[in-house]
Design a protein around this ligand. Structure first.
Ligand code: ZN
Length: 202
């Protein structure tokens, strides 16, 4: 399965000249939600990720996703793994588990995101799961931005990766494109102008 082609075909991986929220420029932009727009694609991707996880032998009771980004990927993955699905959400900026969701002592929880950049949100949600008594057994994402080492990839973990190194991280593909400061951006040097992704209506 060519994951990058699936993202390209869904307009979830855009090629051009983009101004990112960090202020840096890039030739590529990932609009992760777009790849999940078609439920058939979401199911296909989740089943592929679930197969990787099942093949590893990891035992999972529950998938937990941080809202909003991880909801669809997490639900699709839980469906493919045939396990329970819960989510964490920010309340006044603080990650919380609400809605009557309970976590049993020792419950084996897999954190799931649509994309892992540094893994910050996933780890904030994981901390709440642990406070409730759950055990974080792994992390999964459809896409990996390339800062964290995942199973079946040669990419090394960078210093800004927040995922713990003692549990497995599963993802379908690495999207490791370069980012440039505006004054050293080769695309700017070629005379094109960076656009804000989503400026045509998100
Ligand atoms: Zn530029």
């Amino acid at each position: 399965m060519n994951i990058k082609k699936i993202y390209m075909d869904a307009d979830a991986l855009l090629e051009g000249h983009f101004k990112l929220s960090s202020g840096n420029h890039s030739q590529f932009y990932l609009q992760s939600a777009k790849v999940l727009e078609d439920p058939k694609t979401a199911k296909l991707l989740a089943e592929s990720l679930a197969k990787q996880i099942k093949d590893s032998g990891l035992k999972i009771d529950t998938v937990c996703a941080p809202a909003l980004g991880g909801l669809i990927a997490g639900f699709a993955l839980a469906t493919a793994l045939d396990v329970r699905f819960i989510f964490a959400e920010r309340v006044n900026g603080v990650m919380s588990i609400r809605r009557g969701f309970e976590v049993a002592q020792g419950e084996k929880v897999l954190m799931c995101e649509d994309i892992i950049t540094t893994g910050g949100s996933a780890m904030e949600a994981a901390a709440v799961v642990k406070e409730l008594g759950g055990t974080i057994v792994g992390v999964a994402a459809l896409a990996n931005r390339g800062f964290c080492k995942r199973a079946h990839s040669d990419i090394t973990t960078k210093s800004n990766c927040k995922l713990p190194q003692d549990i497995p991280f599963f993802a379908l593909a690495d999207f490791t494109f370069e980012m440039y400061a505006p004054d050293t951006c080769p695309l700017c040097k070629n005379g094109s102008e960076a656009i804000k992704p989503g400026s045509r209506g998100n």
